[in-house]
Design a protein around this ligand. Sequence first.
Ligand SMILES: [Ca+2]
Ligand SMILES: [Ca+2]
Ligand SMILES: [Ca+2]
Ligand SMILES: [Ca+2]
Length: 457
Amino acid sequence: MKETIFVTVLWFCSASCTMPYFTTDTYPVTVFFTEGPSTPSGTIIHTFHAEDDETSVVPFLNYTYDPISGQNMFHIEETNTGTERTAVVTLKEFKEFDYETQDTYKITAYAFDGILLSDGVLLTIQINDTGEIPYLSPATDSQSFEIEENAEGSIIGSPSFTIVDTDGNQDYHTWTISGGNGSNFVSINPNNGTIVLAADYDRDNTSYYEDIYVDVNITDKYDLSVTTTYFIKITDKNDNIPQCDPTLYTFDIERNTSVGTILSSINCTDNDLTSPNNLLTYSFVSNSANTEYFSIDLENITLAYINDLIYGRGPYQLLVQVSDGGIPSYSSTVTLTFTIPNATTLPPTTTLLPIPVYDDISYDSTLPALIIIISIVGACIVGYIMILCWRWHTFGACLPRHCPTSQQCRMCCTCCPGDDLDLDRVLSDRAVSDDFMQKKGSSFGLEAPSSRTKISR
Ligand SMILES: [Ca+2]
Ligand SMILES: [Ca+2]
Ligand SMILES: [Ca+2]
Ligand SMILES: [Ca+2]
């Protein structure tokens, strides 16, 4: 633009030419305005005044901008007063200074009388920064966190949003906790908003709430801030091992102890606050001996099977595992010892006591002897019956008809000497009478009883 002007000057210049000039202000001039709405569009920034000493010559004005974008920011309204050219520089309509975008504009003005061009005068427009309130992206009124109870310093979480601040001073935002019922339990990193437990948090202590909150302020260097709220749920953690008291139990299994009898009740607790962290289950240790004789119903150890228990032995050991339902689960072990005393007396028959349950093949030492005795007696009875049958078949009667004396009968249950001729022959080796033998020869079978009648005495 300036080069074009000089070409024009050379074309019209004459000996009477004088240089136009600016009449007001000592340049360079610097003016200050504040960014934002405090400097509305239309605000007068500066006024140039230019004259020319030649008669009836009013100079024209030309401008250059640095940066060139300033051309879009300013409106220059020129007026001619007859001897002076006035140029009023204002902020253009719908324009607003933004320090963070451009903090300085420079306008250089030139006066031109149609022949000569003045030196440029420099107007510097300096934009002052003002604080702008930061905001959160995305907009976040609150954010929720959930953790398990934990020790001091444990990280709860970090903000899920970012800070936007047109001041461009994001590095200087400071995070603080300004209130809330959790302000004594939570601390915040002032540089990035990460929150941590400020002290050990024990949810198993009922004075510690499950839900707490803190108000969080994010402040810029102008002390302008935005606020959000952190809601924090702190849940029960499985951090307690089941405790059993006592850890050793002792009991006996008597002969009158019936299946289903509760032999021991295990006493265990878990200090965790909630289920399943404090929910206890009882089971036999997988490699424990003697588990086949017992069952577990909740904390109760019950006799379940006795058939091959060896009385008089022991003590035996049984291991029970007590586990909570947390993840991961914790366990404790309880030891039970038991003996099986010998039975020295018969079981009581009172109905006030449980009905005894006996096993026929248990290893009680008295029972085999009893079985042997019963077997011998049974064999004798069977043998005796067989003899009677043989007698009936042979002599037609099982027993002698008469016993001469009770003493003789006791001497021999199967005959009375002299009464039963055949038996007399057997026992006394006497000959059988002929009449009996003749009769016997015709008296086998069903006639035998009548033949015995005939030989009866
Ligand atoms: Ca700001
Ligand atoms: Ca600013
Ligand atoms: Ca537990
Ligand atoms: Ca707990």
